[in-house]
Write a new protein. Structure first.
Lengths: 257, 309
């Protein structure tokens, strides 16, 4: 992959874009907008490139620029269950529903989030795994068990490689040009992903840019998956016939008498 | 070497799957059990979604039992009359089982039901078989015949119930009622646990009906072939969770393993056959018991709801 060449193309594109009315504006682009799943797919990596553009009249800021990139995958209703002791055995007793939860979440920043902004800003701007995971209209939650369940959810998805907090995931190539690699593991679901890039200075959000990419099956994988859904009877019959054929073939091949 | 599974939606190592399915196929050919009760938990352990694992294993079991059925048929060790009754009863049991399965899923306790059933079924059946096999071995050591010979006119009471039928292949003259009941129970358990039920059918036919082990294995494989063919079709049509790529890999390993298993079965004497099958079933039961009784290191679990997003 020729990353430098791509970066150059992105920068050339950015040079022609219009000036924003604000003091700073943020322009970002991705190395690719589509991840194709083929039979040898084992995950993929995308890179977000961006430039902080400054209005000519803006005076230089005392605080350095900070970038936070949040990538969110397709949303599902997630059920989190907790095992509890009942007599001698451990069973699932309580369950919490987390509607509209992303199955994939990466929060990348150029330095630890606690150094970039206050916890209040992070909460308001929905920055960081805990805040980004919450659904949009989750009001003030007084139930302490919910946060225990949420911590469990984040811990499990982090172990599966689907949730990731990268404190050094954004690299400044110059004082205004940055890049951030986004790792998409093979277990990440198919569907559309959105990437939210926010520029901070001194703990205050200055500019925001959104982009997206999608993960789709291609070739034989796509045909098989759509075949299973569009012609279930034929798909089932093909599977059964293939199973019987292979079983028969084995008994012919291995027949000795 | 990795390959992407289009329905399970994750890549998997080809060698791992071939090795697993080969080993399970060997056991399947050796004992005349489908092997689903071993393969399904193993696939779930490899992160394959449970629904995909259950549905795809059904296809694999259908394929590997085909090989066995053909082999036993050629050796005339297959009782189609008995097999037909088992299949008919099995279908009825499956329907009842699916209804029970769905109602437990609505109550949210499906996982507990499955784990508890595995533990109780496997430890009880495995334990009973183990004590019996050990007792038979001791009798052989002591110079007595392994089992009391069947004598004319002596049979358990359930064989003497009304509607007695002759099963010449199985050397059996028995009422249809206990056979059909057994078939319904196995269909029910199979639907709830997503297994073929061979591991219950084989010992039940040996112990309760005293059918020669060779015929039991062939007939059990025939019943498994029929049920699993139906199950694959039903899974493909109702929840689209059969993964064709995974099925091919499992079949390749499974049919080859089953060949060697079937060959090894001929060199195995009946007593060690029983002892090994008992140990196998018992260890699966204990493995699930550990899950139930040991405090979990991660008390939480996350599942994606199938319902509205």
């Amino acid at each position: 992959m020729n990353r430098a060449g791509r970066l150059f193309a992105v920068l050339a594109l950015l040079a022609g874009s219009a000036w924003s009315a604000q003091a700073e504006s943020l322009i970002a682009a991705m190395s690719s907008h589509q991840i194709l799943i083929t039979s040898n797919y084992t995950g993929s990596q995308l890179t977000v490139f961006g430039v902080v553009e400054r209005d000519g009249r803006t005076v230089a800021r005392a605080d350095p620029y900070d970038i936070v990139v949040t990538a969110r995958g397709p949303r599902r209703m997630l059920l989190v269950r907790e095992k509890e002791r009942l007599g001698p055995i451990w069973i699932n007793r309580t369950q919490r529903r987390f509607p509209d939860s992303s199955l994939f979440l990466t929060v990348a920043s150029n330095r630890p989030l606690s150094e970039i902004m206050s916890p209040e800003t992070a909460l308001r701007e929905r920055i960081g795994l805990e805040n980004a995971q919450k659904m949009k209209d989750a009001g003030l939650d007084l139930d302490l068990t919910t946060s225990r369940f949420q911590a469990g959810l984040i811990r499990i998805l982090e172990e599966r490689g689907l949730y990731l907090a990268e404190e050094r995931g954004v690299t400044f190539l110059s004082s205004t040009v940055f890049s951030a690699p986004i790792n998409v593991p093979a277990t990440a679901p198919t569907g559309s992903y959105e990437i939210d890039i926010v520029l901070y200075a001194g703990g205050v959000p200055l500019a925001r840019q959104t982009t997206n990419f999608e993960v789709v099956k291609s070739g034989m994988e796509q045909r098989l998956a759509s075949g299973a859904h569009e012609w279930p009877l034929i798909y089932g019959l093909v599977t059964v016939l293939m199973a019987l054929l292979l079983g028969w073939l084995a008994s012919v091949v291995f027949r000795r008498d | 070497m990795q390959i992407y599974l289009p329905i399970a939606e994750l890549p998997i190592s080809i060698l791992t799957v071939l090795g697993l399915s080969g080993a399970v196929g060997f056991i399947s050919g050796l004992f005349g059990v489908g092997g689903g009760f071993l393969l399904t938990p193993l696939l779930i352990f490899l992160d394959i979604p449970p629904a995909v694992a259950v549905a795809t294993v059904a296809a694999q079991v259908a394929g590997s039992s085909t090989t066995g059925v053909l082999t036993y048929w050629r050796r005339r060790a297959l009782d189609f009359k008995l097999g037909g009754i088992l299949v008919a009863g099995g279908i009825l049991g499956t329907v009842i089982g699916v209804l029970f399965f769905n109602s437990m899923r609505r109550l949210g306790q499906l996982e507990l039901v499955i784990t508890l059933s595995y533990v109780t079924l496997f430890t009880i059946i495995g334990g009973l078989m183990l004590t019996d096999a050990l007792r038979a071995m001791l009798r052989v050591r002591a110079g007595k015949p392994a089992r009391r010979k069947r004598q004319a006119g002596t049979h358990p009471w359930w064989m003497g119930l009304p509607w007695r039928m002759r099963f010449p292949h199985s050397q059996l003259y028995c009422s249809v009622i206990p056979i059909a009941t057994l078939a319904i129970v196995i269909g029910f358990i199979g639907a709830v646990l997503g297994v073929g039920g061979g591991f219950i059918l084989v010992p039940a036919l040996i112990y309760f009906f005293r059918i020669p082990p060779a015929v039991v294995v062939g007939t059990s494989l025939f019943q498994i072939l029929m049920t699993m063919t139906g199950a694959t079709l039903l899974h493909a049509m109702t929840n689209q969770s059969v993964d064709l790529v995974l099925a091919i890999l499992l079949l390749l390993g499974g049919v080859i393993g089953a060949q060697f298993g079937g060959r090894a079965a001929r060199n195995l004497n009946v007593e060690s056959f029983r002892l090994l099958l008992a140990l196998l079933i018992l260890s699966v039961g204990l493995r699930f018991a550990i899950e139930l009784f040991i405090p979990p290191s991660e008390p939480f679990s996350v599942v994606t709801s199938e319902g509205p997003r």
